[in-house]
Design a protein. Structure first.
Length: 453
C-alpha cells in the first residue's frame, strides 16, 4: 500500500481519494497519536480545526470534527482561515494539535488535510507514519462525559489579526495596496489587517462561493492583480494562494516581484536592523543565482535545501535561523510563525515600502534575476542521473563555460520518468543554448531501454 501522506498532508479529489470516511478515520488516528499519546496534563486533549472556503471543506470538516470528538478530543472550530492562522492558533491556544482542511493552490474540486503538532509545528515523516499505522487499529471510543465537545472558536480571526499587527516594524499609512485573495482563505482577514495597519486597500478575488478558489486569480494568475494595480494607481499589489501560505507581489508598474526578490528585500532589511540570525537566509536550490550574488554583496550567506518548504523549515529549526523561503512565495519568519504566511509576508513587504519611502520597484533592484531556463526532459530513466559519466562530463563542461556567471541544476522527478534541467546564465541566449545542449545529453544517455515482447 502506498503512503497516504504526501509532501504536504493528505491531498486529492474530494469524494475521490479524500472521502468523508477517510477524513474521519484520519482524525480518529490523529486523536491518538497527536492527542492522547502526547497529552500529559490529565485533561481532555484539544484541537483547532480550520479550512479554506471550498464547498467540500464543509463536509470534510464535519467528518474530521466528528472523528476527533468521538475520540475524546475537544474541538475548537475556527471556520475559514488561512493555513498559517491555524498553525498560529494552535500555539496561541496551547492546543495539543491542529487540523487544516485545504488544497492550497489546487483547483476547487481538490481538497486536503494537514496536521500541526503542539506549537503549530509541521509533522515529521515518522509522526505521519504513526498516524497511518494507527488508522489500521481500533479507534478510541470514550463514552459519557469523556466524549469530546465541539465549540466555535469565535475570536480566532481577531487573535490572528492582532498577532500580525504586532509584527509590523512600521504602519502602512499613505500606501495604496491592491490585495488578490484568490477567492480563498484570506478573503476576510487579509483586507482587514491591511486596513487596520493604515493602508488604503483595494480588494479583488475576495468573493469565495465554494467553487471559484484560485480560478483565474491569486498567486498563480497575476494578470488581474497587475491590471488592478495599474487601474487604481496603487503603490503595490499582493497576491495570495487559496490557503494564503504564500505571497507574490507586483510593483506600481505591474512588474512581478517573486519570492526570491521578496526574500532579498526582507533579508537585507533584517540585517540592517540587526535582526537576521547569523546573517543567514535559508532558501532552496531552485532560488535564482541572482539572490545568492546579491546577498553575498550584502554580507548575507545562503543555506540551500531541497525543494519544498518543509526542508526549508527543517534547516531553519536545525540552525536556529529566522528567515527562509522559496521562489514560489512561501516565506517563513520564524520569529513570528511556524510556517509560510502570505499575509504576514505581504505586510512585512509593504512595511518596507512605507518605512524606506522607496517604491517596491526600487527595493527589488537589490537583486538582479539571472535568466533561468527550465526544460523538463520526459521519458528518461531518472534513476541514472547520478551515475551517468557522460552526463556528469557534460555538466562539468557547462559549468566551466558559465563560470561565476551562472549555474546548472539537474533534478530527477520524484514520481515521473522526468529529469528537470535548469540553467541560469548572464543572458537568455546562453541559458537556452546550454540548457538545450544538456537536455539532449539527458535524452541520449538516459533513454529508457525498450523491452522486446
Amino acid at each position: 500500500m502506498s503512503r497516504l501522506f504526501g509532501t504536504d498532508g493528505v491531498r486529492g479529489l474530494a469524494n475521490g481519494l479524500l472521502t468523508a470516511e477517510l477524513a474521519m478515520h484520519l482524525a480518529q488516528a490523529a486523536a491518538v497519536v497527536l492527542g492522547h499519546d502526547r497529552n500529559t496534563n490529565g485533561s481532555r486533549p484539544r484541537a483547532v480545526v480550520a479550512r479554506d472556503p471550498r464547498a467540500s471543506g464543509e463536509f470534510i470538516a464535519a467528518a474530521v470534527e466528528a472523528g476527533l470528538s468521538s475520540s475524546g478530543i475537544d474541538v475548537y472550530d475556527a471556520g475559514v482561515l488561512p493555513t498559517p492562522a491555524a498553525a498560529y492558533l494552535v500555539a496561541d491556544l496551547d492546543a495539543d494539535f491542529g487540523v487544516m482542511i485545504s488544497a492550497s493552490h489546487n483547483p476547487a474540486p481538490d481538497n486536503g488535510i494537514k496536521f500541526f503538532a503542539r506549537g503549530g509545528q509541521k509533522l515529521p515523516d515518522d509522526v505521519e507514519n504513526a498516524i497511518e499505522e494507527q488508522m489500521g487499529k481500533e479507534p478510541v471510543r470514550p463514552v459519557g462525559s469523556d466524549v469530546g465537545r465541539i465549540q466555535r472558536f469565535s475570536d480566532a480571526e481577531d487573535r490572528y489579526i492582532v498577532h500580525l499587527l504586532q509584527t509590523l516594524p512600521h504602519r502602512l499609512d499613505g500606501l495604496k495596496v491592491v490585495l488578490d485573495c484568490a477567492h480563498g482563505a484570506a478573503s476576510g482577514c487579509s483586507p482587514q489587517v491591511f486596513k487596520d495597519a493604515g493602508a488604503d486597500v483595494i480588494v479583488i478575488g475576495a468573493e469565495p462561493d465554494g467553487h471559484n478558489i484560485n480560478d483565474g486569480v491569486g498567486s498563480t494568475h497575476l494578470g488581474p492583480l497587475k491590471a488592478a494595480v495599474l487601474k487604481h494607481g496603487a503603490d503595490l499589489g499582493i497576491a495570495h494562494d487559496g490557503d494564503a501560505d504564500r505571497c507574490l507581489a507586483v510593483d506600481h508598474e505591474g512588474n512581478d516581484v517573486d519570492g526570491d526578490q521578496i526574500m532579498a528585500i526582507l533579508a537585507v532589511a533584517l540585517k540592517a536592523s540587526g535582526k537576521l540570525t547569523d546573517d543567514v537566509l535559508v532558501a532552496t536550490v531552485m532560488s535564482n543565482l541572482g539572490l545568492k550574488i546579491a546577498l553575498r554583496k550584502a554580507g548575507i550567506s545562503i543555506r540551500e535545501t531541497a525543494v519544498g518548504d518543509r526542508y526549508v523549515l527543517e534547516e531553519m529549526r536545525d540552525g536556529g535561523f529566522n528567515l527562509g523561503g522559496e521562489q514560489s512565495g512561501h516565506v517563513i519568519f520564524a520569529d513570528y510563525a511556524t510556517t509560510g504566511d502570505g499575509v504576514l509576508t505581504g505586510l512585512q513587504l509593504a512595511a518596507q515600502v512605507a518605512l524606506t519611502g522607496r517604491p517596491l520597484k526600487q527595493l527589488a533592484t537589490v537583486m538582479t534575476k539571472l535568466p533561468q531556463v527550465l526544460i523538463n526532459v520526459k521519458g528518461v530513466d531518472r534513476t541514472r542521473v547520478g551515475s551517468s559519466e557522460a552526463l556528469a562530463q557534460a555538466v562539468v563542461l557547462a559549468e566551466a563555460a558559465l563560470g561565476d556567471t551562472g549555474r546548472v541544476l539537474l533534478r530527477p522527478s520524484g514520481t515521473e520518468p522526468v529529469v528537470r534541467v535548469m540553467v541560469e546564465a548572464g543572458d537568455e541566449a546562453t541559458a537556452h543554448s546550454i540548457a538545450e545542449r544538456l537536455a539532449q545529453v539527458v535524452r541520449t544517455e538516459l533513454a529508457l531501454e525498450l523491452v522486446a515482447d
